[in-house]
Ligand binder design. Structure first.
Ligand SMILES: Nc1nc2c(c(=O)[nH]1)N[C@H]1C(S)=C(S)[C@@H](COP(=O)(O)O)O[C@H]1N2
Ligand SMILES: [Mo]
Length: 417
């Protein structure tokens, strides 16, 4: 018997076509097994949807941000997980989340140059766009995820205060990136054996917060990581990098917090002594009661996380079979195992994994569920990665709400048919 497929593309298209932009953010539709549709309840924590307003330029993001695909948070836009159902392994460019400290700059590739400098090079060197395109390229599927992804769950699930963009779980995407290995460019620029740090800097406007000018976004990574698997990407999902994602060239740093993947790279400093910036001293470290006063070590890899491809507080009908789908990922490597609980954590079942199963991306899974009892339920997914790291039931608090990796309690409401 065919299970209700919440991902059915045709159903979702019809649902979207029936909605006006105004009502779209809060009214989501699920198909039922016999093809009828059903209005979903409003999001119960709508105040998280910190929309920048109707002016498309207010966010500083260039691409359209239709509310059925994105939730805007000031200069940022998160992907809606419930819109991932009709999407395959890669997130299309027009749906990929955007995290901008300021605004998307328009950079002309024809006049752009990548400048390399610093004590860790035999001499300064620069490259043009066409020169990069002519170098041997690599193509690789990699997830980019914001260190703050899941931040709002510190508040909604653990009742703790945190500062920063209130992402739910949509601050992640997987794309196919093509570009030049950073190692190739560093070697052509004559990186010295004693180089320790490599710091790319963006061409977007300087980041000013609370009256302090922090300069342009930049953050060092160890030379060993830069030489291992970092890509200077100029293509995203077989298209030239779009403006919002770093045109003409960005870093893609597999497994690491999204911040490391600097967009709109203008210059790269290579140094024989450790480099620092506000992004590895003041931000993107753990501060709070559980951490030393100067903060924990600068953040590097992402943790283990899972999400259901469902509206938050979806409405389902008792007695009908549903196919529940989701994805899990880890900065440490492949996902080894996913367990799902459909009764708020009382019992768990293994969720069969489906599709590609590649490190530094996500793994898709699915379970079937025929809800019996009406009322509010919590769906939980708990992933384990190949290093044995498993999602905890609680994440230790930190002031900026980074790296929320706890099992998420996804609310759904079951109504009688
Ligand atoms: N130059 C520059 N690079 C940047 C940022 C930025 O604001 N400016 N944001 C970083 C952060 S915090 C994240 S999570 C990723 C987001 O990449 P995306 O917008 O392509 O999804 O870009 C990173 N690179
Ligand atoms: Mo981020």
């Amino acid at each position: 018997m065919p299970y209700e497929n919440l991902d059915d593309e045709a159903v979702r298209r019809r649902a979207r076509a029936g909605r006006t932009p105004q009502e779209a953010p809060d009214r989501l539709r699920l198909a039922t097994v016999d093809g009828r549709t059903l209005d979903d309840k409003d999001l119960d924590d709508r105040d998280l949807d910190d929309r920048a307003g109707d002016d498309p330029s207010a966010s500083g993001i260039v691409k359209p941000l239709p509310p059925e695909l994105f939730v805007e948070h000031e200069t940022n836009a998160e992907m809606r997980w419930d819109a991932m159902g009709d999407v395959g392994f890669h997130v299309p460019n027009d749906r990929f989340f955007v995290r901008n400290h300021t605004s998307t700059p328009i950079v002309d590739a024809a006049t752009w140059r990548l400048r390399l400098h610093g004590t860790g090079l035999s001499a300064p060197r620069s490259f043009g766009y066409e020169e990069l395109l002519a170098m041997p390229s690599v193509t690789r599927d990699v997830a980019i995820e914001c260190a703050g992804n899941g931040r709002s769950l510190f508040t909604t699930q653990q009742h703790q205060e945190v500062a920063g963009t209130p992402w739910r779980l949509g601050g992640i995407g997987v794309a196919r990136w093509r570009g030049v290995p950073l190692a190739t460019v560093l070697e052509r620029a004559g990186i010295t054996p004693d180089a320790v740090d490599v710091m790319a800097r963006g061409l977007d406007p300087a980041y000013v917060a609370d009256g302090v000018d922090h300069g342009r976004v930049r953050r060092p990574i160890p030379a060993a990581k830069a030489l291992r698997d970092v890509i200077l990407a100029y293509e995203m999902n077989d298209e030239p990098l779009p403006p919002d994602h770093g045109h003409p060239v960005r870093l893609v740093v597999p497994g690491w917090i999204g911040l490391a993947s600097v967009k709109w790279v203008g210059d790269i400093e290579v140094s024989t002594s450790p480099l620092s910036s506000p992004w590895n001293t003041e931000f993107y470290r753990m501060f709070g009661d559980a951490y030393p006063p100067q903060g924990g070590a600068p953040l590097t890899t992402q943790g283990v996380r899972s999400a259901f491809e469902l509206p938050w507080n979806a409405t389902l009908v008792a007695g009908r079979p549903y196919l529940l789908r989701g994805r899990s990922w880890s900065g440490n490597g492949r996902i080894a195992d996913v367990e799902v609980s459909l009764d708020g954590g009382a019992t768990w079942q293994r969720a069969p994994l489906r599709g590609p199963h590649v490190a530094s991306t996500w793994t898709r899974w699915q379970v079937t569920w025929k809800p019996a009892e009406t009322g509010r339920h919590f769906l939980l997914a708990r992933a384990t990665d190949e290093t044995g790291a498993v999602q905890p039931s609680h994440t230790t608090h930190n002031d900026f709400g980074y790296l929320f990796d706890a099992v998420v309690r996804h609310p759904v409401t079951v109504v009688s048919g």
